[in-house]
Structure formats: C-alpha cells, structure tokens
Design a protein around this ligand. Sequence first.
Ligand SMILES: Cc1cc2nc3c(=O)[nH]c(=O)nc-3n(C[C@H](O)[C@H](O)[C@H](O)COP(=O)(O)O)c2cc1C
Length: 375
Amino acid sequence: MNEFKIGDLKIKYPIIQGGMGVAISLSGLASAVANQGGIGVISAVGIGMTEPDYLKNFKEANKTALKKEISKARCLTDGVLGVNIMLAVTDAEDLINIAIEENIDVVFLGAGLPLKMPDKILEKGFENIKTKFIPKVSSAKAIRVILKYWAEKYKYVPDAFAVEGPLAGGHLGFKKSDLVNPDIKLSTIIRESVQEVQPYIEYFGKDIPIIAAGGIYTGKDIYEIFQSGAKAVKMGTRFVTTYECDAALEFKESYINSKKEDITIIDSPVGLPGRVIKNEFVNQINRGEEKPFKCSWQCLKTCNFRNVQYCIAKTLFNSANGKMHDGFAFAGSNAYKATKLQSVKEIFDELIAEFELTKLAALYPVTNELAIASA
Ligand SMILES: Cc1cc2nc3c(=O)[nH]c(=O)nc-3n(C[C@H](O)[C@H](O)[C@H](O)COP(=O)(O)O)c2cc1C
C-alpha cells in the first residue's frame, strides 16, 4: 500500500478513519488510527455533550470539548489527525476556527456544501493555513459546484474530496429511493469525481485526490475502489468494533450481534436518511411514537425542534453511552460483518495484508493450467 499525500502532508497508509458522532470517534480512536499510519478523525458534532455542564452553554461546551479532545489526541500520537465538522450545525464556523487555531492537519466538512468559508480563514488566506480542507460529498455534481465557487471566489481549491457512496453509515446524502437503486454505485461516483477534478488539477497545478467512503470494509474493497481512481479510503463502520473506539461496549456489541437484515434506513430530524441497526427504539420511531424532549439549544440549523419526533443529538449521545433502549447505533451496510472486538493495529494489519494479496492476485492471475497443476 502506497503512501498517501494531501499537498505537503504525508500519510503512511491511505486509510482514513471517518469522523463518527456523537462521541463515537474522539481522541481514543483517532489517536490509535494515527499511530498506525492512517488519519485519525475526531468528530466535532455534539462533542460538548461530553462536558458535565453542557446544558448551561452548549456552544461553549462544544468549543471546550473540541480543544480538549485535540490536545488529548496530540498527547497520544505524533501521527496525522483530523476533525470532522458538519456544516448543518449552528456553530460550524466556531468549530472550524478552533480546528484551525489548534493546527489540526485536516478538516472534513460534511452535511452541506462548504461554499461560504469563515472570515478568519479568508483574512489569513488558505495558503497561510497549515490545515487541509476536504469537503465530504455524495456526487460529482457537488464537487463541480464547490470547485467552481472556490476557484472564482477564493482563487483556491479544496485539498482533496471525500466522496461517500450509498452504503455508508450515519446520515446519507442520497434520497431514500437512490439508496436502493443498484445503478448508484460508489465506483461510478468515484470515476465521475476523478474526471471532475482533472481540469482544476491542471489549472491550479496541485493534486486534488479523491477519497472513497461507504461500504469499504476489507483490503480487497480498498484495492477495488482504487481501480476506479480513488487514492485513499475513509472507513467508519470497520473501526467501531475496536477496543480503542470511544463508544460504550453496548454500542460495539450492537454491531457484533447484528445480522444483515437488521441494518436499516430511518428518517432523521436532520432531514436526511440515516443508516442504523434496528432495535426496539428504531421500531418505536417507525411506528410513529413521539419521544418528547426539551431542546436546550438549537444544534441543527434546520431542525424544527417543536415538531420533530425525537432529538437526534440526545438519541445518538444515549447510544454512544450504551443506553441502547433510548437510542440507536448509526452503522454502515457492512456492520453485521463484525464478529469480535479487535485492536486498531489488528485491523490495519489485516487491511494491508488483504490489499497486497488482492494486488498480487491481480498482477499474477493463476491460469487454469497452474490451478489444475497445483490441485
Ligand atoms: C457510527 C457512525 C457515526 C457517524 N457519524 C458521522 C458524523 O457525525 N458526521 C459525518 O460527517 N459522518 C459520520 N459518519 C460517516 C463516517 O464518517 C464515514 O464517512 C462512513 O462511516 C463511511 O462508511 P462506512 O461506515 O461504510 O465505512 C458516521 C458513521 C458511523 C458508522
């Protein structure tokens, strides 16, 4: 497996751990992945809920907790670290500014198109900021819109794009009907994305690598998606069932105990479909049961908290803490494949070995005669 580069940033292996909220990927998981030579990503969404007094001032708690998790991770690794920020939250700009102030290596910007960037970045100039900016999108069209806007407004283009297909865990940037459409494939979106960035690579004279996400679980999956032009992968689900993942054991066990038919789609108050593992809470929501709550802060720009059936932030935080009766686990379509807890190192070793084997098999296909001779 080759080194992965984002501008001048060198990453030993092209494996990125996807940011997982609320409180699933914090300093523990992120530092473990960074220590193995990938990019470890802290999820910023709702991170303040880990602070004891978060109800008093949620936005301040978010800022404090993000700073804390970044510095904890820095104590645990010298590797490459990122922060995942959802643009759909009301304090996205504050969180982006903190990540930059803390000199984080990479920022992933998802759940919305990153067009208008914070004034602090524009005043300083992208070239003078160490942090790399990576929008997370679900189509080549979104890449086109972002590139055109950034090129015209900022005379700068993002440092890479993370392209997430329909098999991913968490909120999904697809219509429900597209999620069951067999013609919508990650490999096709990756190929279209590679074409989309090409003219900008030439014009700006900088590489804009495409990172593939969604349903990538094995080293073979990594090899195959690289054949479509991806230079790295972003994996969430695979890293949940690790000792180092910051979620409670019950959350991880819900993966290990799940079956293929338990992985299902729900409507999230975010306004997007979400992939989860079915449990009693999910059944209640699907039956239309209301989950009354008091909104102490408006965390999502678009959440009409007086009308929504349940609070997504509280639901996700409950499950991260192992209260599976009051929440559900976001999970990718491959979550049922987990059979045990593993260390992040074991997963890296497996992924690299599988990748190299698949590569060898592709380079030196066993001919029928050889297969017969060795049988
Ligand atoms: C438990 C879980 C929580 C997630 N939370 C977030 C999140 O808060 N923000 C986000 O942009 N993506 C989130 N994701 C998506 C991941 O960052 C990653 O893109 C995705 O997991 C890739 O697909 P995979 O799970 O099939 O590997 C989440 C995924 C999972 C499994």
